[in-house]
Ligand binder design. Structure first.
Ligand code: SF4
Length: 264
């Protein structure tokens, strides 16, 4: 890590700590003088990445019969038509207490698609994903690593807010999953960042644990999945902030290697 990156992480943690506790922590009173780390040789990094790759079913291959939400026809469907169907959807009980549906937002063909668990209070009010404190924390991390929010596509497993921000029930997630599957087909991301256990288990399978899988690439059909902590968990646990940052940094490093940045 370079001194500049360390400074960004420091300021990321400082802001997150202030949000968590409601006041500036004395721990972050004065920014230390950071120095560059010695870089690990490139070939070692590649060997490590290869060891971490595991092949698993892609979300676009989940059989339709696993989902009971209205099937969105891939032919002729657009992100807007999917959002319109979501706005009218009453296929699970989460429709009852919602203020707005939160289909997701961002660009098509992005380098990164981010999938979280479900909308929270701020998202339910605005109809936009990840606009609360947890989302702002995630945006800061992405920006600190050189990726703007407008350059990614962000959505959730369920598109309506679960009451009191509880974890979506299995039947709710499975009912809603068909929308996500069609979004992935249309968005065509190269990398999908899975935020937290609910996203990981519903996209890649129940056998995955976020604790064991976070920070490790899982590849399938040209899409690389990177599981990491949900940003809401960062607000409760200081240690997870550094791990979250490191996981996103791995994604950005892959991004830079692919040459996608040069095309913009
Ligand atoms: S959570 Fe999904 S399946 Fe349930 S009502 Fe909302 S859009 Fe429909």
């Amino acid at each position: 890590m370079t001194a500049e990156e360390k400074s960004k992480v420091y300021n990321f943690l400082k802001t997150a700590s202030s949000w968590s506790y409601g006041y500036p922590s004395p721990t972050f009173k004065e920014e230390p003088a950071f120095e560059d780390d010695i870089e690990i040789p490139e070939e070692h990094e590649e060997i490590k990445a290869q060891e971490q790759v595991q092949v698993q079913p892609q979300i676009s291959q989940i059989p339709a019969e696993q989902n009971s939400a209205e099937k969105v026809p891939s032919q002729g469907a657009t992100l807007e038509s999917i959002a319109a169907k979501i706005a009218l959807c009453k296929n699970c009980v989460l429709c009852k207490a919602r203020t707005n549906t939160v289909p997701g937002e961002g660009v098509k063909n992005p380098y990164v698609m981010v999938i979280g668990e479900g909308p929270g209070e701020d998202e339910d009010k605005t109809g936009r994903p990840f606009v609360g404190k947890a989302g702002q924390l995630m945006n800061m991390a992405f920006q600190g690593l050189g990726i703007k929010r407008q350059e990614v596509y962000i959505t959730n497993i369920v598109k309506c807010r679960p009451p009191a921000n509880r974890v979506p029930e299995q039947d709710e997630a499975e009912t809603c999953l068909n929308y996500l599957r069609n979004q992935v087909i249309l968005v065509k991301p190269k990398v999908i960042v899975l935020l937290g256990s609910t996203a990981l288990k519903n996209v890649l399978g129940k056998e995955y644990s976020i604790t064991a899988s976070r920070g490790k690439w899982i590849e399938q059909k040209g899409i690389m999945y990177m599981p990491t902590w949900h940003p809401a968990a960062l607000l409760r646990d200081e240690n997870k902030k550094i791990e979250f940052w490191k996981d996103l940094k791995v994604v950005v490093k892959f991004f830079n290697k692919s040459g996608v940045e040069d095309e913009k």
